[in-house]
Write a protein that binds this ligand. Sequence first.
Ligand SMILES: CC(C)(COP(=O)(O)OP(=O)(O)OC[C@H]1O[C@@H](n2cnc3c(N)ncnc32)[C@H](O)[C@@H]1OP(=O)(O)O)[C@@H](O)C(=O)NCCC(=O)NCCS
Length: 143
Amino acid sequence: MENRKAELIETLLPKDTNSYGNIFGGVIMSIMDKTAGVVCWRYSKKRVVTGCAQRISFHTPINVGEVIYSRATIIHVGRSSMEVEVEIEAENVMDGNKRRAASGLFTMVAMDENWKPTPVPAWQPVTEAEIEKWREVEKRRKG
Ligand SMILES: CC(C)(COP(=O)(O)OP(=O)(O)OC[C@H]1O[C@@H](n2cnc3c(N)ncnc32)[C@H](O)[C@@H]1OP(=O)(O)O)[C@@H](O)C(=O)NCCC(=O)NCCS
């Protein structure tokens, strides 16, 4: 897999549910955060921390026993930060139904041995879709 992308696959247990029996949102956010961390770790070959999580949306509930695919893509690279788009897909393996369940954006920061932000390898978008996402991040960074 390209080093700008990573996928984690999970299935969750009753201990991960909210009071209504669906998977708790905080558990899903934790999986998203972990996937963002893995992709940035692999990309930068440095230790990374989460600087910011935004635009977290839960599109459909996830049920116990479903398989969760958490897919992360680095969409922007700054000096020490990497912006990661994470998409969660849930699959009911019994009937084959798959659906988009959650999404979010994570800013991960690479840290040196003194826990100071440190540069990461550069990356430039190539396709139209990549350029569009890159520009959106640039706009957000400028505030
Ligand atoms: C995130 C953190 C490293 C930023 O440190 P800082 O001293 O403010 O560093 P800088 O101002 O030099 O910013 C470093 C980079 O992070 C980005 N950044 C910092 N805070 C950010 C935020 N809230 N949102 C988005 N990006 C942020 C900066 O834009 C900069 O990007 P660039 O190098 O690509 O230009 C620091 O606040 C920290 O260690 N936070 C705790 C992290 C943590 O414990 N996370 C949870 C567990 S993993």
